[in-house]
Design a protein around this ligand. Structure first.
Ligand SMILES: NC(=O)c1ccc[n+]([C@@H]2O[C@H](COP(=O)([O-])OP(=O)(O)OC[C@H]3O[C@@H](n4cnc5c(N)ncnc54)[C@H](O)[C@@H]3O)[C@@H](O)[C@H]2O)c1
Length: 450
């Protein structure tokens, strides 16, 4: 393919060289004439192991060249990869100025083309930016010329400086965000030589995946560092503790606990988080990340509460009371907390939780609920029809069979709020089964290959 790479920084220089290595014909574009001159001299504009040799080789083979002229690059290519910087501003918001200027330049240049043009955003951008910033800038400058169609896609870069050439060839995945399957297929062919599963999703999901990844990486680093600080204060070795921690690939280094849903609870997690934070504070160790965990958890309950109150309805049916499905353990259940708050707000609440209804609560479990929600047994329904009969709003806090059955049985006029799926409010679709309506509200990534 004939590809323009806009921005000859780390991402652009590496992408340009690797795409040329894969056999594509590449134009590197930058406003900085020094970088363009370096590329044309076969010299790498950035320091990266292996890149100098690759650029020299690709330049000698005539597969890569540089220009400061967007018009020249757009005229000579069919696809543009936007790799310009999106630096943070003092208030934290990213600066999309360079991206806007590039898109405006491309818009002006595509007016002179007869063939359609594909613009792929490789820079890291917040959800909505491709349409609102890049799409709008293209439309603004290209429209008067009666330009040929422009297709938009996002394909975030996952490389790390220092190991970038290898990361380009072997990323964890090739992500293509695009609302048009034909464009997605064209973008996929850019990365034919890349050895990774290709995942196709919406523009916004692809934009957000990149931020989620980077934030999670940052979170992991801070978690390991804070744990190590507590280890030191408590007389143990943080390296050894985290080495063993990483050996658990079932619950620790895995997909476990990474599905958005309702808050955590139970007899272990809350008490142990509090105990560790308290021990750190007693030892004068600052653990801002660990200290924020319980507060973050509470926001899930408050958000669920706000969603229910926002419906304005009084009669609420809650599916689930124990801290998770499959148990009658009510200790520190976020469902109990939600019910308490709903009652405090004057709502008439009924609950369906088969195991709690059938079980005989004893010991600490019984003491807990007698303190927190002494009249809970008067709120329990015997079966789903009883709950449905009562509720104007159905709140699902347990996933699995009970939640699915309640969603399927809800009447058209009932509001369903599924907190297990992070779905604020399931709008009724009169001709479809309700469960399908709930599913349609969620993003549906499609695996092209794996
Ligand atoms: N550096 C990384 O490791 C990395 C990894 C993944 C994603 N990203 C993301 O990729 C994007 C680029 O990062 P980078 O580190 O390569 O940035 P960079 O600052 O190294 O390079 C940006 C380049 O864009 C050029 N530029 C600015 N305006 C231009 C214009 N109007 N036309 C043409 N060129 C223009 C600049 O001159 C510069 O050479 C950012 O969004 C970044 O967040 C970076």
């Amino acid at each position: 393919m004939r590809i323009s790479v806009f921005g000859l920084g780390y991402v652009g220089s590496i992408s340009a060289a690797c795409l040329a290595r894969a056999g594509h014909d590449v134009w590197g574009v930058d406003i900085n004439p020094e970088k363009v001159a370096m590329l044309n001299a076969g010299v790498s504009p950035v320091m990266e192991p292996g890149l100098a040799d690759l650029i020299a080789e690709m330049r000698a083979a005539g597969r890569i060249r540089g220009t400061c002229s967007s018009a020249e690059a757009v005229a000579a290519t069919d696809v543009a990869l936007l790799c310009v910087g999106t630096p943070g501003q003092p208030n934290g918001s990213p600066d999309f100025g360079a991206l806007t200027r590039v898109a405006e330049d491309i818009g002006r240049a595509i007016g002179a083309r007869e063939q359609p043009y594909t613009v792929v955003i490789r820079s890291t951008v917040l959800p909505g930016t491709t349409e609102r910033v890049v799409g709008a800038a293209l439309a603004k400058t290209a429209q008067p010329n009666g330009h040929p169609p422009t297709a938009l896609a996002v394909s975030p870069e996952f490389l790390r400086e220092g190991t970038a050439l290898d990361d380009f060839k072997h990323p964890a995945l090739t992500l293509i965000g695009c609302d048009d399957p034909a464009t997605a297929e064209r973008v996929r062919s850019l990365f034919d030589g890349v050895e990774a599963p290709v995942v196709h999703t919406s523009l916004r999901a692809a934009e957000m995946v990149k931020y989620s990844c980077n934030t999670f990486h940052a979170l992991k680093i801070c978690f390991a560092n804070e744990i190590a600080s507590v280890c030191e204060a408590l007389g143990t070795d943080g390296q050894e503790v985290m080495r063993i921690f990483r050996l658990d690939e079932k619950l620790n280094v895995s997909a476990a606990y990474l599905r958005p849903g309702f808050a955590f609870g139970g007899s272990c997690l809350p008490k142990d988080v509090r105990a560790l934070v308290k021990a750190a504070h007693v030892a004068d160790v600052d653990v801002p990340l660990l200290s924020a965990v319980m507060a973050s958890n509470s926001t899930r309950v408050l958000r669920g509460l706000a969603d229910v109150l926002a419906t304005g309805h009084r009669r609420v049916g809650v599916v689930g009371l124990a801290f998770k499905p499959g148990t009658d353990d009510l200790r520190e259940s976020p469902c109990v907390e939600l019910v308490k708050q709903l009652i405090a707000e004057g709502r008439d609440v009924r609950i369906l939780d088969e195991l709690v209804s059938r079980g005989r609560l004893v010991g600490a479990n019984r003491r807990y609920i007698e303190t927190e929600l002494p009249h809970f047994s008067t709120l329990l329904c015997d079966d789903l029809p009883q709950l449905i009969e009562h509720a104007q709003v159905l709140v699902i806090v347990h996933d699995g069979a009970a939640g699915a059955a309640a969603i399927a049985a809800a009447r058209p006029e009932q509001v369903v709020i599924d907190l297990t799926q992070n779905v604020k409010r399931i709008e009724r679709a009169p001709l479809e089964p309700r469960a399908r309506a709930a599913a349609s509200l969620r993003a549906k990534p499609v695996e092209l290959t794996s």
